[in-house]
Design a protein. Sequence first.
Length: 131
Amino acid sequence: MISLEQVQLLEVKVAKAIEYVERVTAENAALSSEKAGLQSKLDINQKRIDELEVLVMSFKEDQGRIEDGIIAALDRLSQFEEAFENSLKDKKPVKKPSVKKEKPSEDNEQEYFEIQEESGSSPADGELDIF
């Protein structure tokens, strides 16, 4: 026959099993809630990542266009400089004028300046010396 002790032991084990099932069920509910919260954060973060990737691609495209524009401008500037240098080489050397100060005559109080061309060579770089 079944003794009273065996029934009590069975009741204790059933109570422990019920307590364990309740605790595991509560943990499962908490984990499910946490999972839902983390999933929504993950979705929000994934959307933000997608937005940032679009911005990065846009910035890279803009950067490429900017670099292409700078390179094109530098090429045009180089062509202009070469054309300018070639036009200076093609022209005759310009003689530098000199300014001489003469003594004012007693009759006239103004000073007279005479500009004469120097018979020397032109500047080495082909530019006019105005100072």
